[in-house]
Structures are given as structure tokens and as C-alpha cells.
Design a protein around this ligand. Structure first.
Ligand code: MG
Length: 170
């Protein structure tokens, strides 16, 4: 592993997830239940944002992805709280010696407008990861009325994360 200038190893990770939308709310995003007339469909609680964050963290640390850690064929993961899965995944990342520098996320959903909920999502994500909310950013985008996002068929989330590890452990 190459070392950064300041005696740390830096690793970047990318997470990307999509879930179908169906009638009936609420819509769970970033560990927050947002009042809406649709919900995301999935084996777990279908929190697309927490899934993208989980995969970004695991990817940066070079660990198995969320589908390998929490298979959707496992009944234990049915309706499971994605915050719990994120905590378990991050525990593995931390055990490998990594800390979070920051994470930056984009949620693509035609509706609802996410601006009023961003602060709550940032706070909840920071709480789950036991980090300062200033290290977490969440942005909302629409699909401009076209494509599966614009037609309210899916919700998608992407996340990049930067991890650092002390050089002295290497
Ligand atoms: Mg997912």
C-alpha cells in the first residue's frame, strides 16, 4: 500500500444502489422515514442511501460487498434495518484500521423534494457511523421527468467515501 504525504494511507470507495418504487409510504432514505406516497421495494428495509454508503465503505477498505455480507437469499436479512447492516460493515472497516475522512452522496428521486430532509439524513448517518455530521454530505437530484428516476419508477443513490489509515500500523 502506498502512503500519503502526511503519514497516512488514503483509500477511496464508490457505492451505487437502485431500488424500485411502489405505492404507499413512507420512503426510507438515510435512516429517515420520509413522508411520501411511495416506498422502496427490497429484501431488507430497502434504504438505498445506506446501501450505497455501506458499499462505498466496504469497497474503500477492499472488503466483500454488501450483497456478499448480507445475501438477499437469507431470511435473516428480510426487512432488516439497513442502519444495523451499515454498523456491522463499518465495524469490519474499522477493524481493518480505517477511519472515515468524509463521505459525499447523491440521491436521485423525482419526488419528494429532499432539501427539507437533508439535515436529518446527515445527522442519522453520522450517528450510525459515530462521526461528526460535518463529515457527511447528502445531495438530492431529480430525473427531470425522464427515465426511470423521472418517471418515479426507481430511487437511486451514489456515494463516494474517503478513508484514512495510520501509516504506522503498516
Ligand atoms: Mg440495495
Amino acid at each position: 500500500m502506498k502512503r500519503g504525504k502526511l503519514g497516512t494511507t488514503l483509500r477511496v470507495g464508490l457505492g451505487d444502489d437502485t431500488h424500485r418504487l411502489a405505492a404507499g409510504g413512507p420512503l426510507r432514505l438515510g435512516g429517515v422515514d420520509i413522508p411520501h406516497d411511495q416506498h422502496a421495494v427490497g429484501h431488507s428495509d430497502a434504504d438505498v442511501l445506506l446501501h450505497a454508503i455501506t458499499d462505498a465503505l466496504l469497497g474503500a477498505a477492499g472488503l466483500a460487498d454488501i450483497g456478499e455480507l448480507f445475501p438477499n437469499t437469507d431470511d435473516e436479512n428480510r426487512d432488516r434495518d439497513s442502519a444495523e447492516m451499515l454498523q456491522l460493515a463499518f465495524a469490519e472497516v474499522a477493524a481493518a484500521g480505517f477511519q472515515i475522512v468524509n463521505l459525499d452522496c447523491v440521491v436521485a428521486a423525482e419526488q419528494p423534494r429532499l432539501s427539507p430532509h437533508k439535515r436529518a439524513m446527515r445527522s442519522r448517518i453520522a450517528e450510525v457511523l459515530s462521526i461528526d455530521a460535518g463529515r457527511v454530505n447528502v445531495k438530492g437530484k431529480t430525473g427531470e421527468g425522464v427515465g426511470p428516476v423521472g418517471q418515479r419508477q426507481i430511487v437511486r443513490a451514489q456515494c463516494v467515501v474517503l478513508l484514512e489509515k495510520s501509516c504506522c500500523e503498516e
